[in-house]
Write a protein that binds this ligand. Structure first.
Ligand SMILES: O=C(O)CCC(=O)C(=O)O
Ligand SMILES: [Fe+2]
Length: 346
């Protein structure tokens, strides 16, 4: 098991908001919070109001988001610094302690405003109760899990890369940083990595010879591992391919595929960018262009542990409309037996 990631400082490229800009966003968030105090975050009316309020973001930020949405960049990440957070309760330690969005309105609505420029907010019923903005904080007993509630090193992954409607973008806003300065969020963008890969590796990664294990939270009614059918790791445009891989959960099904996967992992590990997130920083990830992970850290469960909040966006809601249950919650994908399109490992 890997112990550390070596990475270049990602903070050098962030866009820093001024105090005035941050105050304007906070005022817009508080106005929505007052108007929609009784609503679920999944309310279409609330989400449309959030999208309109994104006009409160500085034009430099909106331009950067539009360009990131349409063209992407080589690292597959965009960092904003100085977002407003409002007052915060203690870091939640268990799912039952997670606050309602109305208890963290400024951070929640600011994050959703930013994400609304990139796409449509979405969540998954299998994960974190289908919350539209999810708490990412260490959970007692989950320390060694390869999930965001764990605190050992979290291996590099595409978010929900096994899911037919994986998010196109995700963001993590930091409410409370790791006081020991250990928990670094790292990313490996395919645009940074591609020049280091030889032709043979690239063409193997484009073949449907890879299967990814479903995260345990998405698999019900079985103790067996559930894997995707064989799919490629790289797809799409030649110079701007999409990447879908989980270095903990993806396996090659042929010797060539296993060698290409190892070569890709080496190249990604050699081009990582990262940072120990601080309060008010929001890292946005292009989930088709970058994998992400986190170094290990030491939780104390005293209400002051590291606390991020995560949100997902899809570029287009139309393809998933039939799969949405209440609000923007994508229905469970593995409760039907046998689940369509899935295969179980013998
Ligand atoms: O804790 C982090 O920095 C990243 C966690 C993660 O991978 C996630 O929440 O999707
Ligand atoms: Fe993740």
């Amino acid at each position: 098991m890997r112990k550390e990631f070596v990475y270049a400082d990602a903070r050098t490229t962030g866009i820093v908001l001024s105090e005035t800009e941050s105050d304007i966003i906070e005022a817009a968030a508080l106005k929505i919070a007052a108007q929609y105090a009784e609503y679920s975050l999944h309310s279409t009316d609330l989400l449309h109001t959030v999208e309109l309020a994104a006009a409160a973001l500085p034009s430099e930020v909106r331009r950067a988001l539009i360009s990131f949405r349409d063209e992407g960049n080589t690292s597959g990440t965009l960092l904003l610094r100085g977002l407003p957070l409002g007052s915060l309760p203690a870091t939640p330690e268990r799912a039952e302690d997670e606050p309602d969005w109305t208890e963290v309105p400024v951070a929640t609505l600011s994050q959703l405003m930013v994400m609304s420029v990139l796409g449509r907010a979405i969540s998954y019923s299998d994960e974190k109760n289908g919350n539209l903005v999810q708490d990412v904080s260490p959970e007692r007993g989950a320390e060694t899990r390869q999930e965001n509630s764990g605190s050992i090193l979290l291996e590099l992954h595409t978010e929900d890369g096994f899911h037919p409607a994986a998010p196109h973008f995700l963001s993590l806003i930091c409410l409370r940083g790791d006081r020991d300065g250990l928990a670094a969020t790292v990313t490996g963008g395919i645009g940074d990595v591609l020049p280091a890969l030889d032709e043979e590796t690239v063409s193997t990664l484009r073949r449907p010879e890879f299967r990814t294990k479903f995260s345990t939270s998405f698999v019900h009614d079985t103790d067996e591992e559930v894997l995707t059918p064989s799919v490629p790791v790289l797809s799409g445009a030649e110079a701007n391919p999409d990447l879908r891989v989980d270095f903990h959960g993806t396996v090659g099904t042929t010797p060539a595929a296993r060698a290409a996967l190892a070569a890709l992992e080496d190249a990604v590990l050699g081009s990582l960018r990262g940072l120990v997130l601080e309060p008010g920083e929001l890292i946005i990830l292009d989930n088709r262009r970058t994998v992400h992970g986190r170094t290990g850290f030491i939780p104390r469960y005293d209400g002051a542990d590291r606390w991020l909040r995560r949100s997902f966006a899809l570029a287009d809601l139309r393809p998933v409309l039939d799969d949405l249950g209440a609000g923007r919650i994508h229905n469970a994908i593995t409760t039907r037996q046998p689940a369509p399109g899935l295969a179980t490992v013998a």
